[in-house]
Design a protein around this ligand. Structure first.
Ligand code: HGA
Length: 607
């Protein structure tokens, strides 16, 4: 999703702003822009295109303070006129992430005052409002405070004024912002990745915070306008972890990083076993008391939640419901006190997920357990219990290592719940814990099958539709496989519980319908075999991904890939890999923009 970078320094900030935007490019965007101020000069540069185009257009420019923006359009087409920064009156430039929900009423009000609008965006009202209040107060800080008091919706903003060249202001409500502290220079951005080349000293702004940046200092005010101190942290992330190395795409690199990502995620689990303490000091008591589990998530994280339902129900007997965050947040209904809300998000900044978590807290005396890949993100700061996955920076828009490490975290959660509630025998607990030790090796072995999946992809790339089938924990993996193919290869795909086939989708099956089937060696195998026969009887082509021991499933399958080993309850983690590789190679074959699929963004910080 779109990104913001701001800088004020005694040196030229243009190269830093452009480098910062480049590091945010992975999030997906459609246009970009710069606001620049230097000794009375005040300008903006915008393009309906990439950061490289912006850099070319800004060549030779220099500034001691500036704002930079990549836009992922929500209101108005991705044109140069709609690109940020937006101009307020003749002296204010702003950049905005998020959505201003009352923009229409504000626009009417500002038009009546004589302001002229040059874009279709919701964001432009912010620029004119700041200008309007500045005319009255002659104080940039209070003008921005008055402006944000008028806004409803979600925002992270940066503000620059021609008449205040020694100040930049940023503020957040509902969208993330982080300050970067330097010596004689200060920065802010929507994501730490943008600031890592210039500083590792960061302050994560809290909900409703506003910060005034001067070269020598930053001042922070809370939502009530009171000056506050926020803790500065040194962020321990290597600035070069975004390097592609010898890989062709970030998605490919991230697929192959999964053994390491899983090993890192399991590090404390291997030391301690699947203990509740992994989730926080109060976890054990909360796990014992929980009457029910509600999982909320979006996209791939939602699929991880669907898998976890099987594990938690089976090992603990607790009732588990799994909700799409954007639906849950608008549903009515109460939560039973003590319910454990499991909120899953790679970035910890997903707008719908944060809203769902806050809504859950209003429905009952619930506790929130976050599963997240980004330390200090809004989700981690607002949760009661936390498990941080250690996937590392994920740049490809289509989630790969973040998804499999979420699955691992949820597996550990299910086992820790069972351990606290004493619902499994000691031997069963031990078996579940020990199965995790073999996981990185199993994953490594599946990665070695990349070449065979590349062959499958050559065939799959010719189709316009595909079905993915699975049962039990592999049903959500079928959903995830279909999502990957849609996202990056632009092939219409549907995931189904195999037993649902005859309730509708079988009508679509003919020789033009590839059906990718995920088969585990479990007690439902024979049922799945019958579903495959139903497909083959209608000339559908079965592409079978099978654990060894699923021999009865083979006859009639168009293509078969047997995985190196059966992985028991961890089958959903292992089965995800061939599906990722299949989508990846199909997308390469079709020549799509694998890492930045059209219309999509990485961290979805707008509703
Ligand atoms: N609503 C604004 C900003 C969009 C945004 O935050 N995208 O991620 C616009 O449409 O310009």
């Amino acid at each position: 999703m779109c990104g913001i970078v701001g800088a004020i320094s005694e040196r030229n900030v243009v190269p830093m702003l452009l480098a910062g935007l480049q590091r945010l490019e992975y999030r997906g965007y459609d246009s970009s822009g710069l606001a620049l101020a230097q000794r009375g000069e005040f300008s903006r540069v915008r393009v309906a295109g990439r950061v490289a185009d912006l850099a070319a257009k800004a060549a030779g420019q220099s500034a001691l303070a500036g704002l930079a923006h990549t836009r992922w359009a929500t209101h108005g087409a991705p044109t140069e006129l709609n690109a940020h920064p937006h101009l307020g009156g003749d002296s204010v430039l702003i950049v905005h992430n998020g959505i201003i929900e009352n923009h229409a009423a504000l626009r009417t009000e500002l038009l009546a005052q004589g302001y002229q609008f040059t874009s279709e965006t919701d964001s432009e009202v912010i620029a004119h409002l700041v200008h309007h209040y500045l005319e009255r107060s002659n104080d940039l800080l209070s003008a921005v405070q008055a402006t944000i008091g008028r806004l409803t919706g979600a925002f992270a903003i940066g503000v620059l004024s021609r008449d205040y060249p020694d100040t930049i202001i940023c503020a957040r409500r509902g969208s993330p912002l982080v300050l970067g502290l330097g010596f004689g220079e200060q920065f802010f951005a929507s994501d730490i990745a943008a600031l890592l080349p210039v500083t590792q000293r960061m302050i994560y702004l809290e909900e409703g915070d506003l910060a005034e940046l001067h070269r020598g200092e930053v001042r922070i005010f809370n939502a009530a306008g009171e000056p506050v101190t926020r803790q500065a942290r040194t962020v321990d992330v290597a600035a070069d972890s975004a390097d592609l190395g010898h890989y062709r795409h970030y998605m490919q690199k991230e697929i192959f990083e999964q053994p390491v990502a899983i090993t890192n995620t399991l590090q404390r689990v291997i030391e301690l076993g699947c203990q509740p303490a992994l989730f926080g000091p109060t976890a054990e008591a909360l796990f014992v008391a929980a009457p029910a589990i509600r999982i909320v998530a979006c996209g791939s994280s939602y699929h991880a939640g669907l898998v976890a339902r099987y594990w938690i129900e089976e090992w603990t007997g607790l009732p588990v419901s799994v909700d799409i965050a954007s639906e849950y947040r608008y549903r009515k209904g109460r939560e039973q006190d003590g319910t454990l809300i499991v909120a899953i998000s790679q970035s910890g900044e997903t707008a719908d997920l944060l809203a769902a978590m806050r809504s859950a807290r209003e429905r009952g005396d619930v506790k929130v357990l976050a599963i997240c890949n980004v330390p200090h993100s809004t989700l981690t700061r607002e949760s009661d219990l936390l498990f941080l996955t250690q996937a590392g920076l994920e740049i490809g828009v289509a989630s790969t290592k973040a998804f499999t490490t979420q699955l691992v975290a949820l597996y550990v959660l299910a086992a820790a719940l069972a351990s606290s509630r004493k619902t499994l025998s000691a031997a069963a607990e031990r078996e579940i814990s020990e199965s995790l030790h073999r996981l990185p090796v199993l994953v490594e072995e599946v990665l070695a099958m990349d070449g065979q999946l590349e062959e499958w992809a050559q065939e799959l790339a010719h189709y316009h539709n595909a079905l993915f089938l699975g049962r039990h924990t592999l049903f959500p993996i079928a959903l995830e496989g279909a999502l990957k193919l849609k996202e990056i290869a632009y092939i219409h795909a549907e995931g189904y519980a195999a037993g649902e086939l005859k309730h509708g989708p079988l009508a679509l099956v003919d020789e033009d319908m590839p059906v990718i089937v995920c088969a585990a060696r479990d007690e439902l195998l024979e049922k799945l075999v019958s579903n495959m026969r139903e497909v083959e009887a209608r000339s559908g082509k079965v592409f079978l991904l099978a654990e060894p021991g699923c021999e009865s499933a083979h006859p009639g399958a168009h293509r078969v890939l047997t995985l190196p080993a059966a992985s028991g309850p961890l089958a959903p983690v292992v089965m995800t890999l061939p599906l990722q590789m299949l989508s990846y190679h199909t997308a390469c074959r079709k020549g799509t923009d694998v890492d930045k699929p059209r219309n999509l963004a990485k961290s979805v910080t707008v509703e």
